[in-house]
Design a protein around this ligand. Structure first.
Ligand code: CP
Ligand code: NVA
Length: 298
């Protein structure tokens, strides 16, 4: 693996390897060695972040490297310098890059033009680091995702949903995505995905019935804050006690956070499942250390 740009570009073996490595690094924390010693990694973020920024900064330090946070607004990128020029400059100075931005193509272009390992820390298309942490959490809480039913309740074409759909395709678990009619994944995407184990519905109750994992995310992703009318479409899609009444016994609830209580998830459900949800947040650190170790190996 030269870069970590999407779940779409991985395969089952790579995903399983990264999760096993993350579980091992979690156990070994403090004794994991320093594969990034002498390396500086740039964190280029043009969107807000709490978990991703902190987990990458801590993870890079724990592996012996030095993280350099660069807000998109503070560097010349924010004044229009092209990503390919930013990439060619940073590629001559730092050893790796972690990028959070809007267009997936910008992360791809950075990887191609910089010649340094590049990690997608969230784009409009995918949030691949988060999915590794989510899968690790399922493994820890339920033992495996094999044979489980996963429901995703929310925006059917957000970065989180897309990454989940690719993960389900490769790993083979059942995934049902429930979204309002106006937020369904487009048919071209589903044709490209070509996964018989992934289905979409407008019925959150059908999706949740018998589900072992119920997953949700914000209704308005970063960059969509002005689309208040879109939120109105999600009436009936809140993950609350009523919806969870149909879920399988022993089910878990995941939320990548930040959460908007009273919108995509009720206060009651978030607090009841806080142990899982904050374990999921912590797992960002371990999952990303696994990615960094793998990229440092090359
Ligand atoms: N889940 C996640 O990526 O959180 P941040 O936006 O805080 O990084
Ligand atoms: N779909 C959300 C994920 C946040 C971690 C967003 O892009 O804002």
């Amino acid at each position: 693996m030269q870069h970590f740009l999407s779940i779409e570009q991985l395969n089952a073996k790579e995903i399983r390897w990264l999760i096993d490595s993350a579980a091992h690094l979690k156990l070994q924390r403090g004794r994991e060695g320093q594969p990034l010693v002498g390396q500086t990694w740039a964190l280029i973020f043009t969107k807000s972040s709490t978990r991703t920024r902190v987990s990458f900064e801590v993870g890079i330090r724990e592996l012996g490297g030095f993280p350099m946070f660069l807000s998109g607004n503070d560097i010349q990128l924010g004044r229009g310098e092209p990503i390919k020029d930013t990439a060619r400059v940073l590629g001559r100075m730092v050893h790796g890059a972690v990028i959070r931005t809007y267009a997936q193509q910008d992360v791809v272009d950075f990887a191609n033009c910089s010649s340094i390992p590049t990690i997608n820390a969230l784009t409009d298309d995918e949030h691949p680091c988060q999915i590794l942490a989510d899968l690790l959490t399922i493994q820890e809480k339920l033992g495996t995702w094999d044979g489980k039913k996963v429901a995703f309740i929310g925006d059917g074409f957000s970065n989180m949903t897309r990454s989940w759909m690719w993960a389900a395709k490769y790993l083979g678990f059942e995934l049902v995505v429930a979204s309002p009619a106006s937020c369904q994944p487009p048919s071209e995407f589903l044709t490209k995905l070509d996964a018989a184990n992934v289905s979409v519905t407008c019925d959150p109750i059908a999706a949740t019935t018998g589900a072992n994992v119920i997953n949700t995310d914000v209704w308005l992703s970063m960059g969509q804050e002005g689309q208040k009318e879109k939120e109105l479409e999600f009436k009936g899609f809140q993950v609350d006690a009523g919806l969870l009444a149909q879920a399988a016994p022993g089910h878990i609830v995941l939320h990548c956070l930040p959460a908007y209580r009273g919108k995509e998830i009720s206060e009651e459900v978030l607090e009841l499942h806080a142990n899982t949800i904050f374990q999921q947040a912590e797992n960002r650190l371990h999952a990303q250390k696994a990615i960094l170790v793998e990229l440092a190996r090359k």
